[in-house]
Each structure stands twice: as structure tokens, then as C-alpha cells.
Design a protein around this ligand. Structure first.
Ligand SMILES: [Zn+2]
Length: 369
């Protein structure tokens, strides 16, 4: 167990064994043997704990690793693999945090309502999948998604901000338990609001359509992108928005403000439903490029923040400060704060509140939809 924990912490920090050796003074050969299962001396463990900033008790706790193959990885360079492993580990410890906080508090969190769909055969399947997802998320069949993050959390997903870089990917998602359980989504923090909403919708597509892998000949990324477009702007709405209109950048900027979808994603959506042809699509993308909008689009879309984990901690440990909670749970403070997003303020708009059920006392019910 200690060996697994050391590897987990190294992954979380993005450290090689060599790096841990130089930070802790513990010989790399010994580290390698401990990671393979050898029992360390107490002073060795103390040195590793001190160097990594994780409490010694962390390394003694049992853990369950995510099964392999549940994360959508493609062939990648070593540095990218390290970044992905770090992200995956962060989701792993987030589940631990949630489980520990729920442990004996009697709290229960929203039931998982994600659909389990077959991989799509065509765009019609994807449009239908997105409609099913809207239904499960408690969203109406038409109209903008008011808060993508909250909709996913209310449908039972755990959503976690990642630290560090995930190259070529803005998020990742996992079903930790292949036979059920609760889906987890990680997202790169510091993204514009529209890109975050699209990323979340994209990951929801993977979770719903690719739970048991991706069949040969399928492009999972393309499917998840098409799903995201369809989830954020259903086909009926897209037809109404695009057909019979001259689709210009100005027109798209207005739609972006209304729908919370990036201009570039809107161009793709218009092309997907056949409202603009390839030539028009390419022209619009050239115009986007010429204005320097590829990386930096106009029109700000509100940031969305996860709330579920923070709310669990608030309910499980009322009146406790993050530092006290971290000590109670034997979590490094920075990790707890990073995962829970503690300290960040968010408008407590009743419609956006997540309800947790408390078995011990009557829950204060608030609107949840
Ligand atoms: Zn993806």
C-alpha cells in the first residue's frame, strides 16, 4: 500500500523517482524497492512525507486505483502522459475526499442519472444522444443550457478543477467503476467560460457514449465534439438560429452572448446541421483567424464553478475552517482547497443550489430543478 501511495503522490506532484530522491534524500534504488512493495523504515517514510508535503498517515491509508482503460487516452509523448497521469490521480484523490467526507456523516449526494448509450453510428444518433442527456440532466429540450456545470453535478457527476497542464485536451472524464458508480470529470482551470461549458459537454458525451470503449473506425473526439454542440444547442434551435440568416461574425457574436457557446463552436454547429456549406465554414474560420480570435474571442461568457464537493464539506463539517477539515481528513491543505475550490465565491442563486440529503436531520430543502 505504501508503495502505491508513494507512486500516487509522485504522480500528483509530477515527480520522477530521481526528483523524489533529491528532495527527500532517500536513495532512488530504495524508493524503487518500496514502490515495488518493500516496507520502509519509519524515518524513511518521514523523510518522504516531509519532502512531498503529504502527512505520513496518507501513505499508510488503503487506496483503490482507478482501473485502466477508463480514461480516454490516445498515443502521447512521455511529458503528456505524465500530465495525464497527474490529472487522473487528482480525480482519484477527489473520490477519496468525497468518500471520506461522506463516510459517517449520513449525507447523500445526487443520484447518478447519466444515460448509458451505444456508440453512435451517425450524426442523428448523436443528436438523439444529446436530447437524452438533456432529459436526464433535467434540462428542457430546447433553449440555452443555463449552467452546464451545475446540471452535471445535479445529475450525479463529481466535477474537479485540475492543476497543471493537460496538453491537447481541456478535460478528462472517468467512470471509476466499470459496472456503475459515479462519473468524474476534470477540467483545466483558467479557461474562458464558453470553452469550459463546451469542455464539460464534450466530457459528458464521452461518459454517455464511450463508457465501454470506442469501436474501431470511430473518432471519439469528433463524436464528443458533435455531442457537445448538440447538447448546448439542440438541432431545432440551431435550425431556427441559422437557416434563413446570413451567418456573419457579428451575427455569431450575438448568438454567443445568448447561448454561451464560442463563435468557433457555433460555426461548426451551423456546418453540422447543414445550414452553411464547407466554403462558408472555411471563410468564417479564415475571418476568425484574421482577427486573432482563434485563441481570444470577443464576448465574455460567465465562468462556471463546481459546487458539489465544497457543499459536501460545508455540510459535513459545519463551521470548520479548511485547515481543520484538512487535518480531520488527513489531506494536504493545498490539495483540499484545490479540489474543493474553497474560498471562491459564487452567487447563491436558489435555482443553482445543489441539494444534499442528510439522513440525521431534516434537510433544508431549496429549489432544485
Ligand atoms: Zn475528448
Amino acid at each position: 500500500m505504501i508503495g502505491l501511495r508513494i507512486r500516487q503522490v509522485r504522480d500528483l506532484l509530477g515527480w520522477t523517482q530521481k526528483k523524489l530522491e533529491s528532495e527527500s534524500g532517500v536513495d532512488q534504488g530504495l524508493l524503487s524497492r518500496i514502490e515495488a512493495g518493500a516496507e520502509p523504515k519509519p524515518e524513511t517514510l518521514a523523510a518522504i512525507a516531509a519532502a512531498t508535503g503529504y502527512p505520513p498517515s496518507w501513505f499508510l491509508r488503503p487506496m483503490s486505483e482507478f482501473p485502466d482503460g477508463t480514461v480516454q487516452f490516445r498515443k502521447k509523448a512521455a511529458a503528456t502522459q505524465r500530465a495525464d497521469r497527474r490529472a487522473r490521480r487528482r480525480l482519484e484523490v477527489s473520490v477519496e475526499l468525497v468518500d471520506a467526507a461522506l463516510g459517517d456523516t449520513g449525507l447523500s449526494i445526487p443520484q447518478v442519472r447519466f444515460p448509458l448509450l451505444d456508440p453512435p453510428q451517425n450524426l442523428d444518433d448523436i443528436e438523439a444522444a444529446a436530447q437524452t442527456m438533456r432529459d436526464r440532466l433535467g434540462l428542457s429540450a430546447r433553449g440555452p443550457v443555463p449552467h452546464m456545470m451545475r446540471a452535471l453535478e445535479r445529475a450525479g457527476a463529481i466535477v474537479v478543477p485540475l492543476d497543471g497542464d493537460l496538453e491537447h485536451h481541456d478535460g478528462l472524464s472517468v467512470w471509476p467503476d466499470p459496472d456503475g458508480g459515479r462519473p468524474i470529470i476534470g477540467f483545466k482551470s483558467e479557461m474562458p467560460g464558453d470553452r469550459l461549458r463546451f469542455t464539460l459537454a464534450h466530457e459528458a458525451g464521452h461518459l454517455a457514449m464511450h463508457r465501454h470503449g470506442v469501436p474501431d473506425g470511430h473518432d471519439a473526439e469528433l463524436e464528443a465534439n458533435q455531442f457537445a454542440g448538440a447538447l448546448l444547442m439542440p438541432r431545432h434551435d440551431a435550425i431556427k438560429a441559422f437557416e434563413g440568416h446570413t451567418v456573419t461574425l457579428r451575427y455569431l457574436a450575438n448568438l454567443k452572448a445568448q447561448w454561451g457557446i464560442a463563435i468557433q463552436a457555433l460555426i461548426k454547429r451551423a456546418a453540422a446541421i447543414g445550414a452553411i456549406d464547407k466554403e462558408r465554414e472555411q471563410l468564417l474560420f479564415r475571418q476568425v483567424g484574421a482577427r486573432g480570435w482563434r485563441k481570444n474571442e470577443p464576448v465574455q461568457v460567465d465562468q462556471e464553478e463546481p459546487a458539489l464537493i465544497r457543499r459536501i464539506l460545508e455540510r459535513a463539517y459545519p463551521d470548520s475552517r479548511p485547515n481543520d477539515i484538512a487535518q480531520t481528513l488527513d489531506f494536504p491543505l493545498h490539495l483540499l482547497v484545490g479540489i474543493a475550490g474553497a474560498g471562491r465565491q459564487e452567487s447563491d442563486d436558489g435555482a443553482e443550489v445543489l441539494t444534499l440529503d442528510d439522513a440525521r436531520r431534516p434537510a433544508t430543502r431549496r429549489a432544485s430543478g
